[in-house]
Design a protein around this ligand. Sequence first.
Ligand SMILES: Cc1cc2nc3c(=O)[nH]c(=O)nc-3n(C[C@H](O)[C@H](O)[C@H](O)COP(=O)(O)OP(=O)(O)OC[C@H]3O[C@@H](n4cnc5c(N)ncnc54)[C@H](O)[C@@H]3O)c2cc1C
Length: 345
Amino acid sequence: MDWETQTFGLVVPGGVVTETGIAGLTLGGGYGWTRRKWGLTCDALVAADVVTGEGEFVRASEEENADLLWALGGGGGGVGVVTAFEYECYPLGPEVFFLGALYPLDNGEEVFERWDEFMADAPDEITADVTIWSVPEHPMFPEELRGTPFVGVLGMYAGAAEEGAEAMQPLREFGTPLLDLSGPTTYLQVQSMLDPMFPDGDRYYWKSHYIGDFGDAEIETILDFCRERPSPWSLVPVRSLGGAIARVGADETAFGDRDASVLLSIDGTWEDPADDETNVEWVREFWDATERYSTGATYVNFSMLEEDEAVRSSFTANEERLTAVKRLYDPDGVFGRISPVSVAD
Ligand SMILES: Cc1cc2nc3c(=O)[nH]c(=O)nc-3n(C[C@H](O)[C@H](O)[C@H](O)COP(=O)(O)OP(=O)(O)OC[C@H]3O[C@@H](n4cnc5c(N)ncnc54)[C@H](O)[C@@H]3O)c2cc1C
């Protein structure tokens, strides 16, 4: 999708790893580097072709089956098989400004505080997250730094690259970076640069919380758990929200509430299946310890489910309406749901 749209100097708001399929991404919401400017992937969805639970082929748009279009917009899927998605495109690129200032993990408190302060008044063009991780074992990074834990400010400017360089400069000055990868580059390059870090075959166990008030207590708990990561490849992105995301009403899309200030994602990532238990345990304990800061919602696409765990997501407020749409298009419950809604309810 990125390749085809960039041919015309356009983008559809997508995810940040190119193997992330647009179907699950859209059906669950979709966070990428243009989100504060143009919203979630599901906000760009204007129409879809769908095979219903009864095997009917229908079109969902504002004009036809508008309730189905609404449910596909971040409702977690399970209402039908989508055979085509039609999106609004926005002009951007080919050149954009990428931000990649990696600071030592010891500077964690300062980096979080200054980023939070900066993002409070940042223009919508700036999407910038704080991510705790380790310098990947990859040739794009200096050999002597690989494996070093860092707290990085990563982001992109959804506008002219030279404007982005100036606007994002303060985010590169939170002390002395270990490494600063920032600079003008192409949108396609930004979209695919993380691909090698998430190979097929690695082990992934990811959970999330939306947080309303982000402050000292949250920062301290996050840093405490990050200092004890059992796998150096587990990453913890704290994603900035607001901007265009927050201008869509809770009932306008099935996705639901958009009031949180950040999305905390605990992305357990490791290589050896023998380490499954330790890493899964770390993610669960981290998630439990940060639950008290949560709005009560989690992002369905970063919420690996426990068999016995009630699934919470940002669209729970829309649950009743989602159930009604599901009953209409999948009366026999052919499709499972990954949301809390079920036809058996
Ligand atoms: C490495 C990595 C990076 C990620 N980065 C991001 C990111 O930057 N931003 C973000 O928001 N999320 C991100 N995610 C999460 C991602 O949004 C989800 O994993 C999403 O489910 C991926 O969609 P998929 O179609 O590839 O997945 P699949 O596993 O194929 O599908 C996910 C769900 O959607 C259903 N589904 C798939 N295709 C269809 C269809 N055509 N019609 C109806 N239902 C369908 C499936 O049945 C399943 O329930 C990332 C995940 C990974 C593993």
